[in-house]
Design a protein around this ligand. Structure first.
Ligand code: F6P
Length: 360
């Protein structure tokens, strides 16, 4: 009998509870026990370690499709955490404390459901997990984790953002105006691109593709419509301007005589009932994570490659993609997946006369 711990870390997204639910079910079938570590690593080093036994009664299927995480995602505001340890030069003590706290749980394995910051941090501080197996499941609305075709939460975020745009499109039509919608996604434009195409946006600006504001304005002015959506990913920048990207673009449009408003869906993109696609991905990733534990794998991430779920090493994940300094933990480099120039959706968007910037 194995004891499996589950942690959700980093920003939340819809699909976390689905993954937890399926891990509980799959572990139960194997005769293993599951435990939830509350609040990520914050919970482990809290005065009383926050660890609870998980059963199907704790998370029944009718609650597993709800967004957020029943285990919460950390950021409890307590002083004893990674950010503070880095700031005060106490990283070694902090990691030792975490290792000790983990040893006390007597877990055989940890399934960490996290984004690229959490995965990079887990690899960098891998000694913490050296006495047990560490298997990660990729989740994020940003779709910026390298070496997997999909992350849990992305499909639901696309659905949320698309619905937001669908609603705006109707009022845009009534008022003959444009809405500049700012999506989340950090340095990756995949969410903006996917929801933009789904919503019928007339232009989509993403951080990976340079754009020309004058060409955007010409595109809107010569469009065969006087209303619509201009999707702007939060990671874009406009030389010589500062502030929210949607506001910068909106000002340029206004100056060119184009009636427009800005709209910010914000954290609604991380909410919403988990879509069936995300639930299925969560089930397959949970199954793959349990198989990886049964096969004695460690320091791996489950990943979708085409139709298959495989495992890839955390070392490979951490060194793939575009490196970036972590905004929260000084000295940590995280690896980002980005939208390639030849991404089929980008090519199709261009062919559908959506302005996506200056592609080759
Ligand atoms: O990484 C997920 C994400 O939602 C990004 O898209 C966004 O930039 C960021 O987190 C927002 O973080 P916070 O919830 O801390 O404002």
């Amino acid at each position: 009998m194995k004891k499996i711990g589950i942690m959700t870390t980093g920003g939340d997204c819809s699909g976390l509870n689905s993954a937890i639910y399926h891990i509980i079910c799959g572990a139960n079938k194997r005769g293993w026990q599951t435990y939830g570590i509350l609040n990520g690593t914050d919970g482990l080093v809290a005065k009383t370690p926050q660890i609870v036994r998980l059963t199907r009664d704790v998370l029944p299927p009718e609650q597993a499709y709800i967004a957020g995480s029943i285990l919460r995602n950390g950021n409890t505001g307590q002083d004893n955490n990674f950010e503070r340890a880095v700031q005060t030069g106490r990283v070694q003590q902090f990691t030792n404390q975490l290792k000790k706290a983990l040893a006390a749980t007597k877990l055989d394995a940890i399934i960490l459901i996290g984004g690229n910051g959490s995965l990079s941090l887990a690899w960098k501080t891998r000694n913490i997990y050296s006495d047990m197996q560490l298997v990660c499941i990729p989740k994020t609305i940003d779709m910026d984790i390298p070496l997997t075709d999909r992350t849990i939460g992305f499909d639901t975020a696309v659905s949320q953002l698309t619905r937001f745009c669908d609603d705006l499109m109707l009022t845009a039509r009534s008022h003959h105006r444009w809405f500049v919608v700012q999506s989340m996604g950090r340095k990756c434009g995949m969410l903006a691109l996917t929801a933009g195409v789904a919503a019928g946006a007339s232009a989509i600006l993403i951080p990976e593709i340079k754009f020309d504001v004058d060409k955007l304005i010409r595109h809107i002015k010569t469009a065969d419509t006087d209303y619509g959506i201009i999707m702007v990913s939060e990671g874009i920048s406009l030389r010589g301007h500062s502030g929210e990207p949607a506001t910068m673009i909106s000002r340029k449009l206004t100056a060119a005589g184009i009636a427009n408003r800005t709209a910010f869906p914000e954290h609604i993109q991380r909410a919403g009932n988990t879509t069936p696609d995300d639930r299925i991905l969560a089930a397959r990733m949970a199954d793959a994570a349990l198989n990886a534990i049964a096969n004695n794998e460690t320091y791996v991430m489950t990943a979708l490659h085409g139709d298959d779920i495989v495992t890839v090493g955390l070392d490979a994940v951490s060194s793939a993609g575009r490196p970036e300094r972590d905004p929260n933990i000084d000295g940590l480099t995280i690896s980002n997946a980005t939208v390639d120039d030849d991404n089929p959706l980008l090519v199709a968007a261009n062919n559908m006369n959506i302005y996506i910037g200056e592609t080759k």
